[in-house]
Design a protein around this ligand. Structure first.
Ligand SMILES: *Cc1c(COP(=O)(O)O)cnc(C)c1O
Length: 400
């Protein structure tokens, strides 16, 4: 029997402390029910699986390697560190695993239009990519402030043929983009599919995103068994909404000897309030239509890594924390920036600032372990997108 207890309505856990579910207006619930029904209908359908696998292999480039980071491991002295190379996927991160899965489902549901919301723009780009691939019109909602901060990603989405709509209410950031996307979905559910980017939101999204991202952990498990003949001692990943982490963790969840560590962004330091670490410093609440741990002061939500900048977290991680199956720790901006440089110099791999959080924690943990222990880190994305930001933070002068 699995340690994961989830109801048909996407409620994780039993008794007093449960997570997930669906807390949305009735009009939206109808649209969500249709998605849930289609997901259950197709997820085990052999043709659907074959098509998903086809694109994973031919378009995304899977399986990607589980790379033994020999230099880093030897330099740190202690556990052997392996990197699951999601950074090598087409579009440079794990997000494409999920957007391919969901757009194949949208196609089967007869969707004529795809909508999504994006904060930093990475999910918007991954969605615009698959919408182009499947030739389905696509609208991406983005807070007006974010469209200015992430102008390059806006241009990428437009190059890919998507329409980017700036959300102009309230603080004009992710929250407003989510509100507008949900309203669009409720009003146009007949022909529109809402493609959600992380293991968050109302049922069935957390379950569905986990399903499509689990390919990460399935491959990693096979690969480590082949290379080492045994399971790892630790699996580790950064946690924003939690999709890359749950994708790595879930296939190991019933292997109780494997410790799972989720690394949240500690931002400027947990005690400053400026972080995005609800599992480290937050409490159960409802946000964006589902129940999870939420930061005490969501207005202070901050991380050096734009992709981790979310005040809530997936319900399944909330549940793992509550039952003690996974441990959640935090790493602050400066430590992530150090890890970004350290991995670049030791292995010749520039990690995303998001992934650098997981690397930073492994750098602390590995030296305390012995040489026969194994850590698998999910390298969720590559850092090319972050190079200009890092140059500015390090005071490099890039002008001629
Ligand atoms: C979006 C993103 C994340 C954070 O999202 P999760 O849902 O927590 O995985 C992490 N790493 C990269 C490279 C990303 O683009």
């Amino acid at each position: 029997m699995s340690v994961v207890k989830v109801s048909e309505l996407g409620v994780y856990g039993e008794g007093e402390l449960t997570f997930g579910g669906s807390y949305v207006p009735e009009m939206l619930q109808g649209a969500l029910d249709k998605v849930a029904e289609a997901f259950l209908q197709y997820k085990d359908d052999p043709e659907f699986i074959a098509e998903y696998r086809y694109y994973m292999k031919e378009y995304v480039g899977r399986p990607n390697p589980l790379y033994y980071a020999k230099n880093l491991s030897e330099q740190l002295g202690g556990a052997k560190i392996y990197l699951k190379r999601e950074d090598l996927n087409h579009t440079g991160a794990h997000k494409i695993n999920n957007t391919i899965g969901q757009i194949l489902l949208a196609k089967r549901m007869g969707a004529k239009r795809i909508i999504a919301e994006t904060g930093a723009g990475q999910h918007g780009v991954a969605t615009a990519t698959v919408a182009a691939l499947m030739n389905i019109p696509c609208t991406i909602y983005m807070g007006e402030v974010d469209t200015k901060r992430q102008a390059l990603n806006v241009f990428r989405m437009e190059l890919l043929g998507a329409k980017v709509v700036a959300a102009k209410s309230g603080n004009r950031t992710l929250k407003e983009a989510v509100d507008e996307a949900l309203m669009d979905f409720a009003q146009n559910a007949e022909d529109t599919f809402y493609l959600l980017g992380s293991a968050v939101g109302p049922h069935p999204y957390p379950l569905m995103v986990r399903h499509f991202q689990s390919i990460i952990g399935q491959e990693a498990k096979e690969q480590i068994l082949e290379k080492e003949g045994r399971l790892p001692d630790y699996v580790m990943a950064c946690v924003g909404g939690g999709s890359n982490a749950i994708g790595l963790f879930y296939p190991f969840v019933d292997d109780l000897s494997v410790k799972m560590i989720g690394v949240e962004p500690g931002g400027r330091g947990i005690d400053t309030g400026y972080h995005a670490a609800p599992l480290t410093a937050g409490k159960p609440d409802i946000i964006h239509g589902f129940k999870c741990y939420v930061m005490d002061d969501a207005d202070k939500c901050h991380s050096i890594a734009a992709g981790l900048d979310y005040p809530g977290v997936g319900p399944e991680h909330s549940y793992y924390k509550a039952i003690g199956r996974a441990e959640y720790v935090s790493v602050n901006d400066g430590e992530a920036l150090d890890a970004f440089q350290r991995l670049s110099k030791t292995e010749g791999i520039i990690p995303a600032l998001e992934s650098s959080h997981a690397v930073a924690y492994a750098m602390k943990l590995a030296p305390t372990l012995s040489n026969d222990q194994i850590i698998v880190i999910n390298l969720s994305g590559r850092g090319d997108k972050d190079v200009a930001q890092v140059a500015e933070m390090l005071g490099a002068d890039l002008s001629e």
